[in-house]
Design a protein. Sequence first.
Length: 172
Amino acid sequence: MSVNKGSNTKVIFFFLILLVFPTIAFANAGSPMMWFGIFHSLVLNGVIGVTESEIVSRFKIPNRMWLIILANYVSMIVGLNYIAPKFSAVAHNIDFWGGNTNYGDYRLKGFFIGMAASFVATLIIEFPFFYLAVMDKAKRKDIILPFVIANAITNIIMTFIYYLIVRGGAFW
């Protein structure tokens, strides 16, 4: 069996390129905040929607769970991808997701301002979905309190989880 020196050289060259490429591209694995944000976007919004639907149901308001889940995905896209980073930047945290911030340089004031603004946006964005999710039209007038309670509970939990992720390398 003969070995072709030309093909070995190509294989070695190919592996060297793969080895060096991440350095050239400045590629890294991302921050824990970014990875949790992706998990939140893909999976947790469904869990949050189910939870909020169940909270509303405990107030004896039958609802269409799928609309509440959809509301969470829409508000996540707007709230955490646009609103929170913009308001966080106003408080001098220009890297809300922590992708470019060195450990120890994350500003909590900006984080909390961004999360608070995101919560307000969530209430505005999700309310029409919750209103339409109520199956008994006569009970639609009763949705405001359960809606606010459900959103407050889930937003406080999610803010706390995000805080636990960034607190080690953060300051006020």
